[in-house]
Design a protein around this ligand. Structure first.
Ligand SMILES: *[C@@H]1O[C@H](CO)[C@@H](O)[C@H](O)[C@H]1NC(C)=O
Ligand SMILES: *[C@@H]1O[C@H](CO)[C@@H](O)[C@H](O)[C@H]1NC(C)=O
Ligand SMILES: *[C@@H]1O[C@H](CO)[C@@H](O)[C@H](O)[C@H]1NC(C)=O
Length: 154
């Protein structure tokens, strides 16, 4: 009897953790298969991509590539001086968290490539359903579930 209660408790606890909602954050690879490189116009990619807060942007590039986060005017003029953030990584992969619903601007540090189109502006919006209410809804259903689970053991 005691053993089965213990087992039930383990099963219930396990299922409870399974029901905790995963944060459905998405990692978007800039440019898709083309990655972050010269000669690609990223306007189409950014217009086709719906990005929400807590998503991530991944820039994938060859050696000597770079990723700079800049303001709007530096984006327009391909100005790589004093960027907001230099995300360049030796590994050729920069993964950037998008925490704020705003427009983010990224350019390559190479001016010529930037003029050629290696820059991207992404609009980050708040998720359509407030994350808080969705989470508490999940918590409530998890609570109901674990209560039923407990009643079945007892
Ligand atoms: C944008 O950033 C550049 C470089 O840091 C700076 O010189 C410029 O004043 C900034 N522009 C605005 C509108 O903040
Ligand atoms: C950004 O960082 C890379 C790697 O650390 C560096 O080579 C590059 O000069 C930096 N660029 C700017 C504009 O700060
Ligand atoms: C990229 O494409 C957009 C939309 O098709 C166009 O308006 C823009 O001029 C292009 N940019 C470059 C640098 O070719």
């Amino acid at each position: 009897m005691k053993a089965s209660t213990g087992l039930g408790l383990i099963v219930c606890s396990f299922m409870f953790f399974m029901m905790i909602p995963e944060v459905s954050a998405t990692i978007w690879t800039v440019g898709g298969d083309q990655g972050w490189t010269a000669g690609v116009n990223y306007t189409h990619w950014s217009e086709e991509t719906k990005i929400y807060t807590d998503d991530w942007l991944a820039f994938v590039y060859e050696r000597r590539g770079s990723v700079l986060e800049v303001n709007r005017s530096s984006f327009n003029s391909c100005n790589s001086e004093s960027p907001i953030h230099n995300w360049t990584s030796e590994a050729g992969r920069s993964v950037i968290p998008l925490k704020i619903p705003q427009k983010y601007y990224f350019i390559t540090g190479d001016e010529g490539f930037c003029y050629g189109g290696q820059k991207v502006a992404v609009e980050v919006s708040s998720p359509p359903v407030p994350a808080d209410s969705a989470a508490s809804c999940h918590k409530l259903s998890a609570l109901v579930f674990i209560s039923v689970c407990w009643l079945m053991i007892i």
